[in-house]
Design a protein around this ligand. Structure first.
Ligand code: MRU
Length: 344
């Protein structure tokens, strides 16, 4: 299984997703600042993967400050948690993981710093392990809506690289493939950072899942021509009413899917639901640098002097979503009711 995140002897090893698929290299983090950098610069990306990485960032912080006195240790840990929490704004799994680690820190604050470090490491390991189990559960539920011989369209990267392993939407695709459903996948390349072209395509090729890569603007034609049976995408944050923030371009796909009656599913763990916000209007959408649009692999493709608008995510309104596939089962509209029912 592809493992994007691995923690051994106080070093966090991340597959450097900026370099794939040309270079398969590991990026090493030995400090919490390096973890913050890795999330901000998208060495690691994808909502659940960011959450698990952040948890190990907290472990590394505890290691760094272990020899300080307790008061300094707790003060520095608090700053480190805040620092990592702000590394990216949209995927709520980051804030969820930091909150979970903060709660552990507070639960064990009376232990000595070495023991606190051990407790935090145990918690990060659990987060990583739980994410893989959750993905497998989602995959089993999701597989129920995949007809035999289905052609599936997906956007961005929602696979092993975007999670602790297996994936969300790509996890369902894996499950359908490995249970002999004889599926075919169209993967959007996902400009500007090409998570589909570089990462999803890499995972599909590695596992021999029959697929074609398409430019994002080919999706409408495929859907209109009746070539797509179901659309599966991931999520970065889901509001109580079901509005879903995901990679830019997802909203556009959902509109076309609705126009041509193609089922449109979100696949996401419960940790991606933000129970504190009512609608997608409350989701902060990250805007990234203009270079992501003006350049491709470091080469300028737009003229000097052009201004750029580069939102990394958009919000798909709940009315465009057929169902939300979670580890707790498939949530159906009205989403507010089904989401509240699974609140833990
Ligand atoms: O900017 P990214 O690459 O972190 O965005 C990732 C996505 O939008 C994914 O589709 C999302 O996290 C899906 S869940 C694995």
């Amino acid at each position: 299984m592809i493992r994007a995140i691995d923690f051994k002897e106080d070093i966090l090893y991340l597959i450097d997703q900026r370099r794939l698929p040309i270079h398969e290299e590991l990026f090493e983090c030995k400090t919490h600042s390096e973890v913050e950098y890795a999330i901000r610069e998208m060495v690691v990306r994808g909502a659940p993967a960011i959450g698990a990485t952040a948890a190990y960032g907290v472990v590394l912080a505890a290691k760094e400050f272990m020899n300080d006195n307790k008061e300094d240790f707790l003060g520095k840990m608090n700053d480190a948690l805040d620092f990592i929490n702000k590394s990216r704004p949209t995927a709520v799994n980051l804030m969820w993981a930091i909150k979970r680690m903060r709660n552990k820190l507070s639960e064990y604050k009376d232990l000595d710093t070495k023991q606190i470090y051990t407790k935090l490491k145990e918690e990060a390991d659990i987060i990583l392990k739980e994410d893989i189990q959750t993905n497998k559960q989602m995959a089993r539920h999701g597989n129920e809506v995949i007809p035999k011989g289905a052609t599936i369209l997906t956007h961005c990267n929602t696979g092993a690289l975007a999670t602790a392993g297996y994936g969300t939407a790509l996890g369902v695709i894996r499950e359908a493939h490995y249970t002999g459903k004889d599926i075919f996948v169209y993967a959007d390349e996902t400009r500007p950072r090409l998570q589909g072209g570089r990462l999803t395509a890499w995972e599909l090729v590695k596992e021999n899942i029959p697929a074609k890569l398409v430019a994002d603007n080919a999706a409408a034609t495929l859907i209109r021509d009746g070539k797509i049976d179901v659309i599966l995408v991931g999520a970065d944050r889901i509001a109580l009413n079901g509005d879903t923030a995901n990679k830019i371009g997802t909203f556009m796909l959902s509109v076309i899917a609705k126009r041509y009656n193609v089922p449109f599913y979100i696949v996401a763990p419960v940790t991606t639901i933000d129970f504190d916000i009512e609608t997608g209007e409350d989701i902060e959408i990250e805007e990234r640098s203009s270079e992501e649009v003006t350049h491709v692999f470091g080469n300028r493709v737009a003229p000097m002097g052009i201004d750029v608008y580069n939102p990394a995510f958009d919000v798909t309104p709940h009315e465009n979503i057929t169902g939300i596939i979670t580890e707790e089962g498939i949530l159906k509209p009205p989403f507010k009711e089904s989401i509240i029912k699974i609140k833990k």
